[in-house]
Design a protein around this ligand. Structure first.
Ligand SMILES: [Zn+2]
Length: 586
């Protein structure tokens, strides 16, 4: 045990409980052990290089669960732990945190080395257990079973033997059998850290026989090979597969956006004739008598032919990127294709489909460098109240465009991380589509709502566009401010759009901006000539091809398209032969 009771008590119990649960939503990331909640220790309070992951060290807290988690998140704490396990026993009802026994929080990534056991740190994982060495009632069955599953996971993943030489108490230096074994097998480690090891946890009441039996008998399956992301064309087939090992029989249940898929109970899952509605997140739960294990969430992206909704308008000039959310994360203008992450899915949108974010972990990695002012960013947004203290539309590690400004004001805003949160005088209504346009002018930031200027801030930021649906804090390498709701038709420009251009985009409504090259007419300006009126993505030239048999196509020429529409004239038209035309945009 590591923490001083006086320090922990000074924080106050109510404050700790709130701090934990807010933190759990704001700082969610993928834990290494899926049943755990990711609740990181104070940034940097771990070694990023060590010797090996060869031992699992069992501690008890000599304190309460929430107090210890909070303690490890303070800057002045010179200690950390990989995992904490909750007991649920309470000798004093006033101290009961109401959390279930066996709840697990992960605080340090398994790839790193926590600070929990002095000279053993760079060889070991550490797990703290709620309770006190003086009272065996703290060591509940729920805590033993949860921790046994966790230690089994650590041993499986990192190749640690499941025996008492490798799964040890913080007090193991008092066990002569172990110190003798260490001297023979790990002479580079002092078993008592040259006399510095003085802690006696988990103490004489920890039931090692029972604990080791839980670890070694009846293990849950282990996923040997995770499924991987797939991108397929509409109409093709897609197969996800997983490789798991463990005691037979193994059963499988595939899930789509967290919901079980009926009949999807084999080690692979195939969708034939894939449609856009099949795009989203897939995972599989593999189970045996020892329990379930859940795979990583991977994504099916579906590519379909771009089409123009009836009534679409030409985009303004200066577009850099455009993510329409049609069953994939692709940027159909600039090629900065996004990669879905965690609790991300697709939902019915304003124009076709939209991106949907779960408010807990989902986001889209766009990987685009920030855009200096002047800039414009347009979004259709259908917001729900996010569970965290704020919600970001976009982030880049330094700045955020906020859909809900800190601290639950729900106001639209911008954030300079570590400097300030600035709010517009506007809250997007929940459960309905609104069009938001942010304009960075170089001297300030403007917000347009449904095409009309709503408010102007005197603060100016480069457009953050590395992540959609969440913010990112570079200094602590964590995602924050996960938004809940849908976003559609994200378009960014390298200039400040005018009032009328922004209003026109809003008025285009569900028709949106023209996406695909198409023929808008074919007048005949004179004998032997045919004009081809074209429209498509503004700023991309058209390439025209001709064919007489619809099989062999030859390029006829290229025509620039700065404004969204252009005309190409074919001067070699005769009545002697039929001629077909095709137009593309690069
Ligand atoms: Zn300890």
């Amino acid at each position: 045990m590591h923490i001083s009771l006086t320090k922990a008590r000074r924080i106050g119990r109510a404050g700790l409980a709130i701090g934990l649960w807010l933190g759990a939503t704001a700082a969610w990331a993928q834990p290494d052990y899926p049943p755990a909640i990711w609740e990181p220790a104070y940034p940097g309070h771990w070694y990023t290089s060590g010797d090996s992951h060869s031992f699992c060290v069992i501690h008890d807290m000599e304190n309460y669960y929430l107090a210890v988690i909070s303690y490890f998140q303070q800057s002045g704490t010179q200690a950390s732990i990989h995992y904490c396990v909750n007991s649920e026993y309470y000798d004093n009802p006033a101290a009961d945190d109401g959390l279930p026994g066996g709840l697990i929080v992960q605080m340090v990534s398994e790839q790193y080395w926590a600070w929990h056991a002095l000279c053993w740190n760079k060889y070991s994982f550490g797990t703290e257990h709620e309770g006190f060495v003086s009272n065996p009632a703290w060591y509940t069955e729920a805590m033993y079973e949860a921790s046994a599953g966790l230690q089994r996971h650590l041993c499986d993943v990192w190749g640690i033997p499941t025996d008492r030489n490798h799964i040890i108490g913080h007090n193991e230096y008092q066990n002569p059998n172990w110190t003798t074994w260490m001297a023979a097998n790990w002479p580079q480690i002092s078993p008592n850290c040259s006399g510095a090891q003085t802690h006696t946890d988990p103490g004489p009441y920890w039931n090692w026989t029972h604990f080791m039996e839980l670890i070694t008998s009846n293990p849950a399956p282990v996923i040997v090979m995770q499924p991987t992301n797939l991108t397929v064309a509409q109409g093709a087939s897609a197969t996800f597969s997983v490789v798991a090992s463990g005691n037979a029989p193994l059963s499988y249940q595939w899930r789509f956006n967290q919901s079980p898929l009926v009949g999807a109970t084999a080690s692979s899952y195939t969708t034939n004739n894939v449609q856009i509605a099949n795009a989203g997140g897939y995972s599989v739960v593999v189970s045996n008598a020892g329990g379930p294990v859940t795979s990583a969430t991977v994504f099916l992206s579906v590519l379909s032919q771009l089409t123009n909704p009836a009534g679409c308008i030409s985009a303004p000039t200066g577009m850099l990127s455009w993510w329409p959310g049609e069953g994939n994360g692709n940027d159909i203008f600039g090629g900065n294709n996004g990669t879905p992450q965690n609790g991300f899915s697709y939902a019915p949108g304003k124009v076709g489909m939209a991106f949907h974010f779960d408010g807990l972990s989902g986001h889209l990695n766009l990987g685009v460098a920030s855009i200096p002012a002047p800039w414009t960013a347009c979004f259709w947004v259908n917001r729900q109240d996010a569970p965290g203290t704020g919600a970001a539309l976009t982030g880049d590690g330094t700045y955020e465009l906020k859909l809900e400004q800190y601290n639950r004001t729900r106001q639209v805003g911008i954030t300079k991380i570590g400097t300030g949160d600035y709010a517009f005088n506007y809250i997007a209504p929940a459960g309905t589509w609104v069009h938001l346009t942010f304009v960075g002018t170089g001297t300030g930031t403007e917000l347009y709502v449904n095409g009309v200027l709503q408010d102007t801030l005197a603060n100016n930021i480069p457009l953050p566009i590395a992540y959609l649906g969440a913010g990112y804090v570079r200094s602590s390498s964590r995602f924050v401010d996960f938004m809940l709701g849908s976003v559609d038709e994200v378009a960014v420009f390298n200039r400040a759009l005018s009032d009328s251009e922004i209003y026109a985009i809003y008025c285009a409504d569900s028709a949106g901006l023209c996406r695909a090259a198409e023929f808008a007419g074919a007048p005949q300006p004179g004998q032997g000539r045919l004009a081809l009126n074209l429209r498509g993505q503004t700023g991309k030239s058209f390439t025209i091809y001709a064919s007489t048999n619809l099989v062999d196509w030859a390029p006829l020429g290229t025509v620039p398209n700065p404004g969204g529409a252009a005309q190409f004239v074919d001067y070699a038209v005769t009545n002697a032969v039929q001629k077909f035309y095709r137009a593309t945009q690069p």
